[in-house]
Design a protein around this ligand. Sequence first.
Ligand SMILES: Nc1ncnc2c1ncn2[C@@H]1O[C@H](COP(=O)(O)OP(=O)(O)OP(=O)(O)O)[C@@H](O)[C@H]1O
Ligand SMILES: [Mg+2]
Length: 322
Amino acid sequence: MITPAALKPFLPTALEKTDFKGLGEKYAGKVRDVYIQKEKGQAILIATDRQSAFDIRWCSIPLKGQALNQLSTWWFGQVKDVMPNHIIAVPDPNAMVVKDLKMLKVEIVVRDYLTGSTGTSAWVNYNKGVRDFCGNTLPEGMVKNQRFATAIVTPTTKGAEDELIDPKGIVERGFATKEQWEEIADRAFALFKKGQEIAALRGLILVDTKYEMGYDEAGTLTIADEVHTPDSSRYWVKDTYEERFTKGEEPESLDKEFFRLWLRSQGFEYGGKHPDITDEVRLMLASKYLDLYERMTGKPFVIPSDAKVAERIERNLAPFRL
Ligand SMILES: Nc1ncnc2c1ncn2[C@@H]1O[C@H](COP(=O)(O)OP(=O)(O)OP(=O)(O)O)[C@@H](O)[C@H]1O
Ligand SMILES: [Mg+2]
């Protein structure tokens, strides 16, 4: 395992943002910088090291962008029989060139456990008394981190603030037709099933995840953005889940939930004071991301030989300038 100390040289060059010329108009997502190349029907997605949680940008985590981009690339390959993906090329550890899709205006969340700590999460809503969750009827008497009888899909709208929505709302608001939504949900369940099978082989539980999909020029439903990364998914350690669950302890998590719980433990609340994120915490988070990459892919994470990450990305993207 890569220790936090080994990542220290990358603290000063963690990728907060990019400002590359000639790649097209830039749009900054929470984590990715997107350069849109409409004329070529493609976009360049650069995974930065920005860390967001609770819809707030907190800090940068060294090498996180690389871990995300490489893990996503690996996963797109693993699920390519389930549905086509947006990748055209992966010219750099932090970047992919993708088909510029007509994106759905909803995020497709699939959940197999009653958990979470954000306003749209299953547990927070259940705990407030919600039993009709995005069109799914949740039974009484469930406890935090319990597995559902079957996985459920709980879509949210994609806006400044994600809002829960049910399939009826999706059709009414024109985000998709009924037939389209049926295909979308069906593919999401199939992706999730495959993801869970693969995660289980690595001793991990894929707890829940968020997919983004869109239509390509031919009108084919295609998976976009990222897939089964620790930013878009929760992962728990399988071996210790039962025992911890029985004792009422939190599962061992290998994802962003660790950071959310850490923020909560520092007294963070929406609208309240923001705790300081120390370098020690940044390094610890980095090693979590890299650890998950290695566990999942079974491949060693390749630490760059040179800390000048931004310069390398710009060099590798030169052939894709407009
Ligand atoms: N193939 C694609 N075509 C067009 N847009 C895409 C494609 N893949 C991803 N995107 C969009 O690019 C942006 C990537 O930014 P980022 O991953 O930081 O996401 P975000 O939407 O800001 O936050 P989050 O994913 O955490 O909800 C998103 O708006 C995503 O919808
Ligand atoms: Mg995203």
